[in-house]
Design a protein around this ligand. Structure first.
Ligand code: ZN
Length: 328
C-alpha cells in the first residue's frame, strides 16, 4: 500500500516537473520572440525636425514610427524650442534635420544627448547663397532694402549657410531622401531592407515628379513668378524660371509705399498672377490683388500641412499647376 502511494506520488511529481519544463520552454520562446521584435522595429527612436524632412523620413521608414519636433501648423523660421522638444531629443537615437541653418532652435537641444546620431539631409548639396542675388541687379537690390527694414525676421530667413529651401526642388529632394536613407541604414542596420525598399520607391516617385515639372515648365522657360515667401529659388533654378520675392517672410508689415513698390515690380516684370502661401491670412495681399486687378494663386513651401508622406507629391503637383497659370 505504502509502495503504491509512493509510486503514484512519484508519477505526479514527474508530471508536474514535465509541465513546469514545458512552461519554461514556452516562456523562453515567448521572451525571445518579443526580443526579436524589439531588435527590428521598436528599438530605434527616430525624430525629424519639421514637415518636409518628416515626410521624407517617413517615406523611407514606412511603418517604423518617426516623431516630428515642430507640429505641422507652426512656422519653422524663428521657431522656439519647447520643454517637450528637449525631452523628445534627449530620448532619441536618430535625429533627421534639413540643415542649412533653418533649424537654429536645435543648437540648444542636442547638447544633452551624446548618443544622438544626426542625419543632415542637405549634406553634399551646393546651397544658393545670398551673393548670387546681387548679380540679378534690381530685384535683389529692392529685396535687400526691404530685408533691412524688416530687421530680424529677414535676417533669420537668410542664413549664412545659404537658402535652406532645397526640398522644393524635386531633384535636390532625391538627394535629401538618399541622405536620409543611407544615414538611417548606417545608424540602424537592422532595418536596412525596409529603409532601402521604401527609400528607393520614394526616390522613384520624385524622379517621376521631376519629369512632370520639366515637361510642363519647358515651354515657359524664363518666366518670372512673384511670391511672398522666397522659398522657391532652387525650384526656379532647376526649371529655368525666375523667382521674384516680395518679402522675406509673409508676416511682415507693409506700408502703402511698399505696396506701391510691389505693384511697380509686378508691372515692370509683366507678372500676371500673385503666388501666395496657403493658410496665411494676409490683408496686404488682398489689397495688392485688388489694386493690381491680378489673380492670386497658391504656391506652398510645404513648411506646414499633412503628415502623410504622399502629401509632398499632392502639394507639389498643385504648385506645378499654379506655376503653369502664373507663366501662361
Ligand atoms: Zn521658408
Amino acid at each position: 500500500m505504502i509502495m503504491i502511494i509512493i509510486f503514484v506520488g512519484w508519477l505526479m511529481w514527474r508530471r508536474s516537473l514535465l509541465t513546469a519544463l514545458i512552461c519554461l520552454t514556452t516562456l523562453g520562446s515567448l521572451v525571445s520572440c518579443s526580443q526579436n521584435r524589439q531588435d527590428t522595429k521598436e528599438e530605434v527612436k527616430i525624430v525629424a525636425t519639421f514637415l518636409p524632412v518628416y515626410l521624407f523620413t517617413r517615406g523611407v521608414t514606412g511603418d517604423i514610427p518617426v516623431e516630428i519636433l515642430i507640429t505641422p501648423n507652426k512656422e519653422v523660421h524663428d521657431y522656439q524650442a519647447t520643454p517637450g522638444n528637449a525631452r523628445t531629443v534627449a530620448e532619441a537615437n536618430i535625429l533627421v534635420k534639413n540643415g542649412l541653418g533653418i533649424e537654429e532652435f536645435l543648437e540648444k537641444l542636442i547638447g544633452g544627448n551624446s548618443q544622438l546620431t544626426q542625419i543632415d539631409a542637405s549634406e553634399g548639396i551646393e546651397p544658393i547663397v545670398e551673393e548670387e542675388d546681387e548679380e540679378k541687379g534690381e530685384h535683389a537690390h529692392h529685396h535687400e532694402e526691404e530685408d533691412e527694414e524688416q530687421g530680424e525676421h529677414a535676417h533669420h530667413h537668410h542664413h549664412e549657410e545659404g537658402d535652406p529651401h532645397v526640398w522644393l526642388d524635386p531633384v535636390l529632394a532625391q538627394k535629401q531622401v538618399t541622405n536620409i536613407r543611407d544615414g538611417l541604414i548606417a545608424a540602424n542596420p537592422a532595418n536596412e531592407e525596409t529603409y532601402r525598399t521604401n527609400g528607393d520607391a520614394y526616390i522613384a516617385q520624385l524622379q517621376e515628379l521631376d519629369r512632370e515639372f520639366a515637361a510642363k515648365l519647358a515651354p515657359v522657360k524664363g518666366c518670372k513668378f512673384m511670391v511672398f515667401h522666397d522659398a522657391f529659388a532652387y525650384l526656379a533654378q532647376r526649371y529655368g524660371l525666375e523667382q521674384i520675392a516680395i518679402l522675406g517672410t509673409p508676416e511682415d508689415n507693409m506700408t502703402p509705399a511698399d505696396i506701391q513698390k510691389v505693384l511697380n515690380l509686378a508691372n515692370s516684370n509683366q507678372v500676371k498672377v500673385f503666388l501666395a502661401e496657403p493658410g496665411v491670412e494676409d490683408k496686404r495681399l488682398e489689397q495688392i490683388a485688388k489694386e493690381s486687378g491680378l489673380p492670386v494663386e497658391t504656391l506652398d513651401p510645404l513648411e506646414s500641412g499633412e503628415t502623410d508622406p504622399q502629401y509632398y507629391f499632392r502639394v507639389m503637383k498643385q504648385n506645378l499647376a499654379s506655376l503653369e497659370k502664373a507663366c501662361k
